[in-house]
Design a protein around this ligand. Sequence first.
Ligand code: AHR
Length: 498
Amino acid sequence: MVKITINQNRTLGKRDKMIYGHFIEHFHRQIYNGIYDPDSPLSDQDGFRTDIIEAMRKIQVPILRWPGGCFVSSYHWKDAVGEDRKPFFDKAWRVEDPNTFGTDEFIKLCEKIGSEPYICTNAGTGTAEEMSDWVEYCNLEDEGQYAKWRIQNGHQEPFNVKYWSIGNENYGSWEIGAKSAEEWGRLVLESAKMMKHADPKVELSAAALPNVDWNVNLLKHCGEFLDWISIHEYWDMVPEVNDLADYEASIAFTQHIDHAVTEVRGLLQAMKLDKKIKIAFDEWNLRSWHHPNVHTIKQGIDKKDYIDPRDKNDDNSQYTMADAVFTASFLNAMNRNCDIVGMANFAPILNTRGCIYSHDEGIVLRSTYHVFDLYVNYLGDTIIDSWSEEVPTMSVQNKSGTELELESLDILATKWSDQTGIALAVVNKDPVNHQKIKLSLPANGNQVTLFCISGETKDSYNDVDREEVAIYQEALGDFENDMEIEVKPHSVNIIQIR
Ligand code: AHR
């Protein structure tokens, strides 16, 4: 029996709703034949799939990062604006992009789902000037050729894009136009200067990673210009071979799930920038995307070696309770680090490893979608103090066969800043055992409701004609101190007491 004591009078911080952000890239079926499908009977007059828009609205996407990812490092935004759209050969993913989905369409998408746009710029083959021209196009009233071009394209009012990231993973050998740490510091400095001169209200991030040399150089050169620092992490790395970690190995990845945040926090503190710069964890997912023979020196020759395998990402049976439990554990960690993490973007939102899968006749809400629904719509926004006693541990084998010991429960206590009551997130990582919890807090008489995602088995998943994972609700009656509640194995639970 795990005893959980909650002290709702001690607030640890208010989480920024942008930690429930998302990412969408010009890769496989995320944009074309995904959200943007003008020929589909399920699309609206602007070419957007209305069923997908609706699903995105339900999880209140607070911020959406676009257009990439690796895609952006050879992307030239001006070719995808206005009448004369120039198709381009996307050198990152080695496919032609018709450029029919560009900045104007992205802004329209954000308006339809009620999300802040977050634009990532080309710091691979692009220039500081090209980046600041993009800010001019989006944010200037009517001064200069780019704002006038926006107006000419039918958008009188500025788009007011506040959030911009300079580059994507430019530290990586796989990235088009990769940079050395020194080159990166210089380019980000000049880019940030020009972008802030175009619009001083923009908030800027830059591609980074939990690596001292890279970050010290970046922050030394342009810490004064940055408002955010971007980090990425995929735990189950399967770009070349699609052999996914099983439930236990996936849960093993939750140990030290916020190590990157801890490392970057330490560096920001050491450089006295932790009160100025926040972390944008702007690409994360349990599983990396599968795209063999492109991030390698030796490129695939035949399309069947590098294009066709990408369809494997679409197999819905891969997205089980392992993905749900991992996703909830990550969101708990981001809530706990709400003082330094102000944004996190699930990568991606649609298709590939996304939480929504689309097909010609409709959509499938994968297990991770329901986790976002729970956290966005049922959990509080203020983290309160709680401590747990006698949390059982469990041993799991990680993907390389090493035995790990980790706590089977991940617990987060919250309340709402605008209403009464508390909500507890209880993640039971244990693949077989129910867990009994005993709640200690002065809230007698309040109603207790349990919202749970568990699936029949740890390998349960949703598919076109199959729904095994969904939120089920149970009224547990009046709260009495030391109330005992049982949570299912491999489950994500929100317990509301209000
Ligand atoms: O696999 C997808 C890629 O992962 C994204 O494009 C990139 O940013 C990350 O390396």
